[in-house]
Each structure stands twice: as C-alpha cells, then as structure tokens.
Design a protein around this ligand. Structure first.
Ligand code: ADP
Ligand code: MG
Length: 693
C-alpha cells in the first residue's frame, strides 16, 4: 500500500482550491489528473516584474512594476470605449485602460486619491504611456501579494496562465516533507537540497538561469526519478531471477550442423553474442537478454543458432515478429537453415484459419513442430506448445511489455531473447531495458558495400528521377519514401499518394504504393510484389521502416528528409545496401535547413554506425523525441532529461544496484524511504514484488 504520507500528492486535482471539474479536465490535459502531476510539471519560463522604474523612466514595451497615485477615473461614454483610470507619480502620468470593465470593481481596486502598486506592460499610445489591463493591482501595504517573479507553465487551450499557476502553487503547498531516500554522503557530495526544498525551488524561478536543467534542485529531482526507474527495473529483474527458469545446455551437435550449412563464418560480434546467450541459457535463472544490432547485422542467424540449443534438448522455440510480412521474412531466412539442419519449422499468423490452422496447432502441441515463427497470433489462447523453452521477440519496442509477458507464459518460464534493430543509446537502453542483459552486434558482416549517401535539394528532383530510371533499367529496385503530411483538402491526401500519381505517369505499373492507412492485407500484397520484383519502385510512407527485405533494392530516396528523425533516416537507409551491388541513399530536402536538420543530415553522410547515430540523435533531439510517442515500452521522464542528465543515470544504476544487494526487500530506514520514492514515481509494480512487511 502507498504510504499515507503520499496521499495528499495522489489526490485528484479537484481537491485544490479553485479547481472545479471543468478546470480539472483542462489541467488533466496539460499536466495530469493528480496533484503530483502538477508538482512534477515544471515551469518553462519566468515573468520578471522586478523592474521598479518611475513612470517617466518606464520603457515602452517593458514589463514594469510601479507605485502610483490614483488621480481620477474616466468612465467611457459609450460601451465600445474603454474605461480609463489616470494615475501618476512625481515624474509623470500613466493611463490604465480597461475594456468591458465593471466600474464598481475598478472603483474598489483603484480608489481615487490612494496609492497602488501596479504591474504590467508599458505601451506607447501616441507617445503617451499607458497600460492595458494591469496584471496586478495591490495596496502598497500589501506589497508581498505582488509576485516579482512568476513561473510560466505549459498550458492547453482554455486553460489560462493564471489559473494554471495558482493550481501548481497550491499543489506545491500541499507537497509534504518526505523521509530522505538519498544516500547522505552522496547528497552532501552533490550539494543537493532535500526533496521538498528542491520542489519548491524549481517552482520559484527568479531568472532564466533558474530554469536550467543544471540547477542543484533540478538535478536532485532528475536523479530521484532516475533512481526510481533503475531501482524498479532491478527489483523486477531480481524477482525474475529468483523465479528460476531452466538450465539448457546442449552439446551443440545441431549447431555444428547449422554452422557447416551456413555459406559464411560468423562475425566476431555474432560469436560473442552467441557465447553470452549460451551462458544465460545454461544458467538455472531465466534469461532475458536484449540483442541489438542494425538491420542486416545478422541477428536472425544468431537467434536461430540459439534456438537450436533448446531444440537439441528436446524442447521448442518460437520467434515473434510485429507484422505478418516480417514473420514471413523470418520464415524465408530460417527455412533453408532449418532444412539443412534437420529441424522442423512452421509459421502461424492471423491468416491461418480453419482446418489448416487446426493442423498446425496439433503439430505444435505434439512437439512435431520445433520452431514456430509468427505474429501476435502466437500467444493467442488456443496456441499450446508441448514444451516451449526459448522465445525470440523481434523488434521489441513495437510490442508492449504485456505482450512479451503473454508469450512467455506459453512455456514453463522460457528463456527470452529480445531483438531490436533500432540501436538505442546506452543511456536509453538502461532506462528501458535495465532489467535485461544486453548484447550488441556492432560490426556488419563482411563484404557489405557502404551506402553512398547524398543530400540533394528538392529543386533537383528531376535528376533524381532520371537516376531512378537508369537503375530500374538495370533491373534494380528503388524505395521512395514520403513523409506523412496531410493535404489541406477536405479529403486528406498523403504526399506519397501525390508522388505515386506522378511517378505512375512516367513509369506505369512498375510503381507501387503503400501507406499507413491502407488495410493490412492490401499493404502486405504490395510489399510482396516489391519483394518478388513485380514492381520496381515502391512509393511509401514510413511503414517500410521495419518492412520488406528486398536485396535487389539499390536506391533509397527520402523526400523531405529534414522532417525525419535521425534514427528513422538510418532505419530507412538500412533497407538498401543488402547485396553486393553498390547502393545509394538520396536525402531530398527543402531548404533552407535549420541548424539541427543540417547537423542531422551531415551525420548521416558521415557514418552508417547505428549506435553512433543513436547517440547523436539523443544529443540533438532529447530523449523523448528520439523514441517517438508511438513507441511503447520506453519510460517517459517528467523531471529527467536524458540528453542532459544521462550522466546521472549510471550513478543511479550503481546506487540502485547497491541497494538491491544490501537491502533487497527495502526494509532498512533508507529502504522504507525508497519505497515511498517508488510510489512517488508510480512504480507500484516494483514495490509489489517486495516481500511485504
Ligand atoms: P538482421 O536480423 O540483423 O537484420 P539477418 O540475420 O537477417 O540480419 O542477416 C542479414 C543478412 O546477412 C542475411 O542474408 C544473412 O544470411 C547474412 N549474414 C548474417 N550473418 C552473416 C555473416 N557472418 N557473414 C555474412 N553474411 C551474414
Ligand atoms: Mg532481421
């Protein structure tokens, strides 16, 4: 159960003064539904009202706070005119202007003959100074009521800055002091404030400098969040290791046979990864290992060789891909290997229906099928394995954690290998896969030709199309990728559809189109045609990012390359250069390029190393954007910014490791405080794994 001390933070925002259901709905959109969400919504700006000039010195356009004498009210003569109030100090006059004003309110707020502190923007009205709707009007005896610095928060339409600011301020007032969960020596070393002081400080900026991600308060809070993340992952990992798996040690006869059948030798990186996987499988604990490597780096082969160990021990293995077409490609890669090795391979997808499906399921249940490749269909209810010992999940981040879990329940705690072709910077990998060990295929199989990458302004599109024509005359194939932009028409048209229509005029039925809004089977059909060489040019949106494998494709054209992220461009480029033919990638851009876009395209020209590109991507864009909103499985941080606080992550990792070693059930005094930390960042899932008490 969540410690009671946290209850005020987890109350609904409607518990705050001045927040009714309507405002609450807006706040939920801008920040979240609970008070803690407001506390963790940090200011993005600060309004500085500390300038206190005399009227004559107040500069036009500046924000000023002035002490003035209210001289007289000048009510409007018609409803369309504004209400004016003339104020002054010893240096001059200023006109306050109010539209749609209520006279009684203004009489009370600005009594004639009294002094007032006013704050707002000084405007130029034909050379005279005026201020329209001052932000603040207070009695000078009550000067403290006028904030000299006001934080600015992210908003949503309908939510005014004032309402949001008050809501956050009330939320912060409610934040309790919490027992310290950080190591005292570490806090001391970093000069960090306590949690509550840090929270108050980040919400009370008095300069732009205070908004920096490097302030002591902000660093402290970022570290808190990272520590919660790492501690949760390690607790989950520990719980899994404790619930032991099985030890799979195969003499390696099958593998030797497969290696002999392969027309190539394993790269050093492949052999290394395989050794790590073998050790995991042999250990009695359950394996969960991440295998990272660029498209074409040879992950599938590694996975296959690992599966053979399970099969040699009399068990079964499964490989799950995110799409039908990817599952079929795996089948294509694996089938010849399986045949030469003498193991039985089957595919199961949503397309299997009726009697054929029943037969496949029966073979699986009897153990006759040794390797099953497929899509989500693999973990549906009626799919029963005889003895599933090893599961390979491809393109992990397209699956949710829950799907991963569902598949692993198909066997008695099967070992799991998670493969991803999206190289993830080390820091991000830690936050998302911190519960797994990781292997990386950092070198490409020998003989691959580099992909010649060029950036070309879209004005030279014609030359590019000529190049495409030359390539397809040689029997090669071309990908042509357009970004997803909706036309302004009533019926939305993708840029890809427009380009398709144009290319069609020149190249006829050699051109195919796939985009995200097409029904799945239709999409698959076009991709298969491309794969089989029936069409030469595939116009596409990014649905091909993890798509078909067409070794014959030698040109990748990416339109509006400046709109894509680095990682995405790299993924797309990985679709070509898969054979011994020379390949090229054309990045068409529309100038003028911004600084970041230019840097991005430059990096692509310089390197094909996915890991390097991923690190650069993180540096250029920040963590949230690197992964994209659509990709599940990655935590979103509220307080930490991995591009800036990445350094803190390894410290948090070490810290969490020590905690789990010394106080695995979080029972010491610090352990208790750390439980509260986990709840504070909604890692209830991890706390539930602790032995209660
Ligand atoms: P990934 O799954 O990482 O995209 P694959 O395992 O599908 O990569 O391998 C891509 C291609 O490279 C396949 O055609 C495969 O046969 C080939 N390949 C894999 N490993 C090697 C190697 N060590 N040497 C040469 N070719 C290899
Ligand atoms: Mg693959």
């Amino acid at each position: 159960m969540r410690p009671a001390i946290l209850n005020p933070l987890f109350a609904d925002v409607t518990a705050l003064q001045g927040v009714g259901p309507k405002v609450a709905a807006l706040i939920a959109r801008a920040a979240g539904p609970r008070i803690v969400d407001l506390v963790f919504t940090l200011p993005t700006g600060v309004i500085d009202r500390s300038a206190r000039p005399k009227i004559a010195d107040a500069e036009f356009g500046s924000l000023a706070t002035l002490e003035v004498l209210v001289d007289r009210h000048d009510p409007p003569h018609s409803p369309r005119q504004p209400y004016k109030v003339i104020v002054s100090d010893e240096t001059g006059f200023l006109t306050l202007v109010f539209f749609h004003a209520r006279a009684d309110y203004l009489k009370r707020a600005l009594p004639e003959g009294e002094r007032r502190l006013i704050s707002g923007k000084i405007e130029d009205y034909g050379g005279a100074r005026q201020m329209t709707h001052p932000d603040h009007i207070v009695d000078p005896n009550d000067a403290a009521a006028l904030p000299l610095f006001e934080p600015v928060y992210p908003l949503t339409s309908g939510l005014t800055p004032g309402v949001m600011r008050k809501a956050v301020a009330h939320a912060v007032e409610r934040a309790p002091a919490l027992p310290e969960w950080q190591d005292a020596a570490w806090l001391d070393k970093m000069h960090w404030p306590g949690w509550l002081d840090a929270v108050r400080a980040v919400h009370a900026p008095s300069s732009r400098g205070d908004l920096s991600l490097h302030t002591l308060a902000r660093m402290r809070l970022a570290y808190d969040e990272l520590l919660a993340n790492q501690l949760a992952l390690l607790l989950i990992r520990r719980a899994r290791i404790k619930s032991s798996g099985r030890s799979i040690k195969a003499p390696g006869k099958l593998r030797a046979r497969a290696l002999k059948a392969l027309p190539f030798a394993l790269t050093r990186a492949q052999a290394e990864a395989l050794k790590e996987i073998d050790a995991d499988m042999a250990a009695p604990e359950r394996m969960v290992r991440l295998l990272q490597g660029d498209v074409g780096s040879g992950k599938t082969v590694v996975a296959f060789l690992a599966m053979l160990s399970a099969i040699e021990c009399g068990a079964q293995a499964a490989m799950m891909a995110p799409t039908e077409i990817l599952a079929r490609q795996h089948l294509e890669t694996l089938a010849p290997l399986a045949e030469k090795t003498g193991v039985s391979l089957e595919i199961l997808t949503g397309r299997d229906k009726g009697a054929a499906r029943e037969e496949k399921l029966a073979k699986l249940a009897s153990g006759e099928t040794q390797i099953l490749v497929g899509t989500h269909a693999l973990f549906q209810e009626h799919v029963t394995f005889k003895d599933l010992a090893f599961v390979v999940v491809d393109e992990q981040h397209r699956f949710g954690v829950h799907q991963r879990m569902a598949l692993s329940q198909k066997g008695p705690r099967p070992d799991m290998l998670v493969m991803t072709a999206t190289p993830i910077p080390r820091t991000l990998a830690l936050t998302a896969y911190g519960d797994m060990e990781a292997s990386a295929l950092t070198e490409k199989p020998p003989g691959r030709k580099p992909v010649a990458t060029r950036t070309i302004p879209v004005e030279r599109l014609g030359e590019v199309v000529d190049g495409v024509e030359r390539a397809i005359r040689k029997g090669e194939q071309v990908y042509w990728v357009c970004p997803l932009v909706e036309g302004s028409d009533v019926i939305p048209a993708t840029a890809a559809e427009d380009r398709f229509a144009q290319m069609r005029e020149r190249f006829g039925d050699k051109v195919g189109l796939v985009h995200g809004r097409m029904p799945g089977p239709e999409k698959d059909a076009v991709m298969e045609k491309f794969h089989d060489g029936e069409i030469s040019i595939l116009i596409a949106t990014t649905v091909i990012e993890v798509g078909v494998n067409a070794p014959n494709a030698t040109i990748m054209v990416i339109e509006h390359a400046e709109r894509f992220g680095l990682a995405q461009l790299h993924q797309l480029r990985g679709r070509v250069g898969r054979s011994d033919k020379a390949s090229s990638c054309v990045l068409l851009y529309k100038g003028p390029l911004g600084e970041t876009a230019r840097a991005r395209l430059q990096i692509l020209r310089e390197t094909e190393d996915g890991f390097k590109i991923a690190e650069e991507d993180l540096r250029l864009r920040g963590a949230g954007d690197v992964l994209g909103a659509a990709q599940s499985g990655f935590p979103r941080f509220q307080l930490a910014d991995l591009a800036v606080h990445g350094e803190l992550l390894s410290a948090a990792r070490d810290d969490a490791r020590l905690v789990v070693e010394r106080d695995p059930d979080l029972k010491t005094e610090r352990g208790e405080a750390l439980r509260a930390l986990l709840y504070l960042f909604s890692r209830d899932d991890a706390v539930k794994l602790l032995r209660s008490g």
